[in-house]
Design a protein around this ligand. Sequence first.
Ligand SMILES: Nc1ncnc2c1ncn2[C@@H]1O[C@H](COP(=O)(O)OP(=O)(O)OP(=O)(O)O)[C@@H](O)[C@H]1O
Length: 482
Amino acid sequence: MPALVRSNSFILPDLDFTLRRQFNKAGFRPFQRDIIRAALDGNDVFVQAATSFGKSLCFQLPAVVDHGITIVVSPLLSLMMNQVEALRAAGIDASSFNSNTPIQERDRIMNDLKTGHPRTRLLYVTPELCATDRFRERLNVVYEQRELARIAIDEAHCISEWGHDFRKDFKRLSWFRESFPDVPIMCLTATANHLVRKDLLHTLGLDTKPDRFKSFTMTAFRPNLHFEIRFTRDEDDQRIENFLKWIRSVYKRRAEDTRRSELSAVGERPDNVPGIIYTISRVECESLANQLRQEGIGAKPFHAKLSKETKEETLAKWVSNEPGYDIIVATTAFGMGIDKNNVRFVVHWRLPKSFEGYYQEAGRAGRDGNAAYCFLYYSREDRDRVSNLIMRDRGADKPNFEARAKSLQVLVEYCESVNACRHKMICKYFSETDTPACDYACDWHKDSADLQRRFLRGLASEEWVSTQKEEGLLDVHWDDYE
Ligand SMILES: Nc1ncnc2c1ncn2[C@@H]1O[C@H](COP(=O)(O)OP(=O)(O)OP(=O)(O)O)[C@@H](O)[C@H]1O
């Protein structure tokens, strides 16, 4: 068996210098240095940190200072592409291999691996690729040459059948530890409860002995996000009016004299309030974006069935704050991996399918640390529709169905709760025991009496909803989600 690649840690690379020179960042965020050090010391590392924490740097920087190649497994093509682009722009030899990779580029990567001494420092791959014989053979050659530095598994919750986003191909990643027992593995996720954590460590065969394993579980608390539930019902659906009233009040405040001049000094328009509205179906995504545009709001749809060019154009213009591209109305096809730092609001037009999905999507907001709003329109009719959807899509995989059903149930309880802090409920879901210091950043803390009133007034009664259900009126027509 080849000797451990482990680290060059006896040389103690200057992490601060690399951070500044290669990543153009002034300093580490809390815990990043400890995580990087633990990785460079050759440990298996588990990182759970809130959205926007800066997890990617935790495997990118070791890949730059360490000897050998780092394989990054990611389920998200858009995320891979963004990261590879940014790394290349910083002069780092990074590549990705996925279904979009042109044939010449695939050959180049495979040939690079075949040498056993690849020039590539970071190779982003899909879990599907990791299951192919050709890729495995090539990695074996690299391993034999002691050049396989580390395996990083991003969005690691996808490994667990107890997770909301379970992908079968992730389970097969157990192959890494079986084949390369001494190559360190780093797993990263923003959303895993204790069951998911336990399951993924077990599946990957991570050695959790303290001398070989370091776990960093940070709080899910994002104090700058303001959480609110807005109650609604089919019979008096005021979502659009309610949203327009809110966004126009934001524009109005920004258009007031002093604010307007402040904004124009930094090149911002009053209506440049970047946001995302998540819908569930493609049809609703298109029609809502249309409706908003008719009202003079710069909204664009984004879903899986749009052409690649349209999606790229929409994303690029939204990211660069162009007029007419202030709000993205999206299905869940848009989300993880979007790294725009000034998203000021995320609205869930419908109830998402899982608690984790909700939190991950809401987490796109406020990545610059400034205040951002996350509100969700909740109706009991939608609750039953989404639950029908989950029932309909239940596969043969019982634990995963149970996990999905449970996650939705907790999300419904969260929406219907009128007597607790939303941040506290979120942290509790992710198995945290400390109470987060919410500074009026949720509807309950802001005005619990108003929350109660809105709850009592806003929702349809359970009796009414169950009659609708019996008559088949809540059967799902959202065949076009994503
Ligand atoms: N030390 C740092 N100083 C300044 N910016 C940083 C630092 N570390 C990371 N960032 C930036 O923070 C942003 C978020 O980082 P990253 O995309 O890695 O987050 P993440 O933890 O993976 O979040 P998510 O789970 O939401 O994708 C990026 O723009 C990244 O460049």
